[in-house]
Design a protein around this ligand. Structure first.
Ligand code: UT7
Length: 334
């Protein structure tokens, strides 16, 4: 598959570290030095995930020069759907992409990369010719705004990438690896609340509902700085790629210190490590396409550039993909 278009959308409201310190016992200095984050976007009640995801999707469609009817598949990576039955169909409806099947994929902060790889398999099998892969999250709805250890980290956003079948020689997905470890699930959860309600007779029912995000930050940090270099290293070796052939490192944006540690491991100079953490914080499934869109539009990522990408987070889940950006106008296969 070729990566031929991208787009993004974020809520207009931005909350600075100083503003947050009016609510919880924190400071701009602590948040910046420990995470690299300076501000985050937060959606209001009238800005549902569907609208943000549709905005990113429409921008990616326009960038690729496609009509909504051209789409065969819409994959929405999210952990914060508007509807637990699936939000991708709502996006499909808003876009008017009547020929596309649309469904959600949940893998937390690894979600976009996993969805991109999944779309790649449908395209490789010949089942799909054109797909839109969206990463969108509104974790502001699920953080405890009185818990300083998590509320300073997350923000809302959406990004999308348009991918299509291409000749084998010009593929945008040169290799990938995906991993999960459910034994470490407890490190980072957005879990069901235990809310038992009497039903009838002796039967008790578990009512639906979710507790706020809970994270063991230090454990997740250690996991990330160990597993991300490992999985990226394995991928580079498997594809016969050396780190200095990469134009960019495009990592999940969770913490600048994690980006720096991974870059150091591959001796990548800071100017080749994409980062927009300062403006957006951790937007979960959206970080990778949001970052890609920014770097494509400001001219840093150019057609033909090679990107080493890695997503990691709750599950625990993590993975890596070697991507080549084509941009609009790439000739499609067949
Ligand atoms: O997207 C999913 C992947 N997520 C991640 O990759 C997150 C990985 N983890 C991290 O990025 C870091 O662990 C954090 C940024 C979450 C925390 O940084 P840390 O350097 O690991 O801090 P810590 O949890 O060890 O806490 C150090 C101190 C503690 O105080 P004491 O016990 O030393 O007195 C915390 O209570 O910092 C305190 N603290 C804060 N202080 C001011 C925790 N949060 C805050 C805060 N403001 N917001």
């Amino acid at each position: 598959m070729a990566l031929v278009g991208c787009g993004s959308a974020v809520p207009s409201a931005s909350i600075s570290n100083d503003q947050l310190s009016e609510r919880v016992d924190t400071s701009d200095a602590w948040i910046r030095s420990r995470t690299g984050i300076a501000a985050r976007r937060v959606a209001g009640p009238d800005e549902p995930l569907t609208a943000m995801a549709t905005g990113a999707a429409a921008a990616a469609l326009a960038h690729a020069g496609w009509e909504p009817q051209d789409l065969d598949l819409i994959l929405l990576a999210t952990s914060s759907p508007d509807d637990l039955f699936g939000t991708a169909p709502l996006v499909q409806g808003c876009l008017g992409a009547g020929n596309a099947v649309a469904f959600d994929l949940t893998a937390a902060c690894s979600g976009f990369l996993f969805a991109l790889i999944t779309a790649g398999q449908y395209i490789a099998s010949g089942a799909v010719r054109r797909a839109l892969v969206i990463g969108a999250d509104q974790l502001s709805r699920w953080v405890d705004w009185d818990d300083r250890s998590t509320c300073v980290l997350f923000g809302d956003g959406a990004g999308a990438v348009a991918v299509e079948a291409c000749d084998a020689g010009s593929t945008g997905l040169l290799g990938f690896r995906m991993l999960s470890d459910g034994r470490r699930n407890g490190c980072l959860t957005l879990a069901q609340t235990q809310d038992h309600v009497p039903l009838l007779g002796g039967l008790t029912n578990q009512r639906g509902g979710f507790a706020a995000i809970h994270m063991n930050g230090q454990e997740v940090y250690k996991f990330a700085v160990r597993e991300v270099p490992a999985v990226l290293g394995e991928l580079l070796e498997a594809t016969g790629t050396s780190a200095d052939q990469l134009d960019w490192l495009l990592l999940h944006q969770a913490n600048q210190r994690i980006l720096d540690a991974v870059a150091e491991r591959f001796a990548m100079p800071p100017e080749r490590v994409l980062s927009n953490l300062a403006a957006y914080g951790n937007t979960s499934a959206a970080t990778i396409p949001l970052m890609l869109d920014e770097a494509v539009r400001d001219g840093r990522v150019k057609p033909g550039h090679l990107l080493g990408s890695s997503g990691f987070g709750a599950g625990l889940s993590w993975g890596a993909a070697l991507l080549r950006w084509s941009g609009p106008g790439t000739p499609a296969a067949g």
